[in-house]
Design a protein around this ligand. Structure first.
Ligand code: ATP
Ligand code: MG
Length: 574
């Protein structure tokens, strides 16, 4: 007897909305007894939640195996020394959990495994004959997130599938990258997710080409820019739009004007009677190469990811302490401008074409008007640094871009040789020359998928599980478990379903029928078979579909129920 009796199971449900949760999936995961919180960003999976997690894991594993990736297991504890060799002991920053052993050796709880796997590759791969090779694991990752939230969505301990591929050529990397792309898409589809694949920033991983798999959801933390005309889709942080036309103003000579107490773009617009597109905002950043100034138009926002990516320095940070700004630029905060600055200046491309700009005067209470880029101040590099807005013209075809929200459930990267060079992972090529291995890496947020699925599949009564990852296929509320006949029939049905490979949860708890129906909706199992007096009297059971409440009557004998339920589940699966 492998079916589950609720009275003997740990599946505690909550009637009340938990105050600790903000979004539907987090609330429902708590209320439907999937998870419990231990500390900020650290969760237990209770048996019901763990069943779903294991199914997600199984789908991901099957898809990885199907493209020839080899499953293995890497340690969570990783030596500091390895991370020093790639420079990421610093680059990863305070997100890494760091600790020291009794001998004083530094370690980290792995937030990701490029260092470990590349060091492994440096030992185990020696010849072109060993390549290509793709390895993967499914295991815990640790990241000391600034803001853990939304339950398993942004946790500090979470389950990830991470894969790494090794190649002799970029063509070979691209082949595996494309296989991964398709395998990812299939895995998410099987989990029941609606996905948008977008061009993605590479951040602290490095490399050039990267895609993110976004589960479309209002509550997602990421923003994506989409073009419905040409299909362009990108993470908003790197999305490219055509530069807008310059403000229609006449060129004029540079002039320093008094602007007492006028600091913000809005105040300048008011005070000088100019348009925000004529104003240029100046920011100070410091990184490894020292300080720099960054310019964007007054009606635009600076997209920091684009700046970090262009400069290639993940330690770059904005200086917003007025004293520190004054120390670096020699100018008061709020009156900062590019004219006469003795640090490098980068600017968004839309700044280049302003015929007469308003910029800070680098003196308390003054601004320049009529400033012309190139004539009055030098710009080292013009870049796309602007945050795209809804309706901006698509960088490829000019049609208006839409902005939507999504949950990043996976990301894939073409890394190149960043790690193999740093850690000496080389191979002997056919011609006898030694070359660094070319790498890709590929992550899936296995535990985050559960949150994303529930975010996309729920109603005001509870979860609506897609069949493939549902913790159970059928719930059987027994209206009067104290009545022998009802229990007997329910047990016979549950047993028969189980024997036919369908997972049944028998609700034999000592609760009212109302509570049982309520909980059945809440936990969201795809089908419900009600066993009550009617079933016995008429020899018929009613199967109710969670998704839409559709009801089907079946003869109350085990064989008919097995057949009927199998049909209904088949119609639900992808
Ligand atoms: P994010 O931008 O959301 O912080 P990331 O880009 O840092 O994620 P990756 O390094 O690409 O994450 O990790 C691979 C996958 O692991 C992500 O696509 C995501 O699904 C998942 N993931 C990352 N951070 C977390 C977290 N704190 N909690 C749960 N899942 C996470
Ligand atoms: Mg990512």
């Amino acid at each position: 007897m492998a079916y589950v009796k609720w009275s003997r199971y740990l599946l505690p449900t909550w009637k009340e909305e938990p105050a600790e949760a903000e979004i539907p999936s987090h609330k429902l995961m708590l209320r439907a007894g999937l998870i419990r919180k231990v500390a900020s960003g650290i969760y237990e999976f209770l048996p019901f939640g763990y069943r779903a997690l294991r199914k997600v894991e199984r789908i991901v594993r099957e898809e990885m195996d199907s493209i020839g990736a080899l499953e293995m297991k890497l340690p969570v504890l990783q030596p500091e020394e390895l991370w020093r060799r790639t420079g990421r002991w610093e680059d990863f920053g305070p997100e890494m959990f760091k600790l020291t052993d009794r001998k004083g050796q530094g370690f980290a709880l792995g937030p990701t495994h490029e260092e470990i796997i590349t060091e492994l590759a440096s030992r185990e791969i020696s010849s072109w004959r060993d390549l290509p090779l793709t390895l993967y694991q499914i295991g815990e990752k640790y990241r000391d997130e600034i803001r853990p939230r939304f339950g398993v969505m942004r946790a500090r301990e979470f389950l990830m599938k991470d894969a790494y591929s090794f190649h002799t050529s970029w063509e070979s990397l691209e082949e595996t990258y494309n296989d991964m792309y398709k395998a990812y898409y299939r895995a998410f589809l099987r989990c029941g997710l609606k996905i948008k694949v977008v061009e993605a920033p590479t951040g602290v991983m490095g490399g050039n080409v990267s895609h993110e798999f976004m589960a479309v959801a209002e509550t997602g933390e990421d923003e994506i820019a989409l073009c419905s005309s040409c299909g362009y889709a990108a993470n908003r942080q790197i999305a490219h739009a055509r530069p807008p036309s310059p403000p229609r103003v006449e060129e004029r000579p540079l002039e320093l004007v008094e602007t007492p107490g006028v600091r913000t773009v809005e105040e300048l617009v008011e005070f000088l009677g100019v348009s925000p597109s004529q104003v240029v905002k100046t920011f100070i950043y410091v990184g490894r190469g020292g300080p720099m100034a960054v310019l964007v138009r007054g009606d635009h926002e600076l997209e920091e990811t684009k700046l970090l990516q262009a400069v290639g320095d993940p330690t770059l940070r904005r200086v917003d302490d007025p004293d520190e700004v004054e120390g670096i630029a020699g100018a008061p905060f709020g009156f900062l401008g590019p004219i006469g600055l003795r640090i490098p200046v980068l600017a968004d491309e839309a700044v280049r074409d302003i015929p007469a700009a308003v910029v800070g005067g680098n003196r308390e209470g003054y601004h320049y008007v009529g400033a012309k880029p190139g004539r009055d101040f030098a710009v080292e590099r013009y870049l796309d640094l602007r945050r795209v807005q809804e309706g901006d013209p698509c960088g490829h075809c000019g049609a208006p871009l839409r902005i939507r929200r999504g949950i990043e459930v996976g990301q894939i990267f073409q890394l190149g040789t960043k790690y193999s060079e740093a850690l000496g992972a080389t191979f002997l090529d056919r011609d006898g020359s030694e070359k660094p291995v070319i790498m890709g890496c590929y992550g899936i947020g296995v535990s985050r998928i559960l949150g994303a699925v529930i975010e996309q599949h729920h109603d005001d009564q509870g979860i609506i599980w897609p069949v493939e990852i549902a913790p159970f296929h059928v719930v059987i509320p027994v209206l009067r478990p104290d009545m022998g006949e009802q229990m007997e029939l329910s047990e016979r049905l549950a047993e028969a379903l189980d024997g036919a490979g369908m997972e049944a949860l028998l609700d034999d708890r000592d609760r009212s029928p109302g509570e049982k129906f309520h909980d059945a909706k809440l936990i969201g199992v795809p089908l419900m078979i009600v066993v009550g007096p009617r079933a016995l009297k008429r020899g018929e059971v009613e199967v109710e579909r969670r998704r839409d409440g559709a009801k089907t009557s079946l003869p109350a004998d085990p064989a008919s129920v097995v057949e009927g339920v199998r049909e209904l589940l088949r119609a639900e699966s992808i």
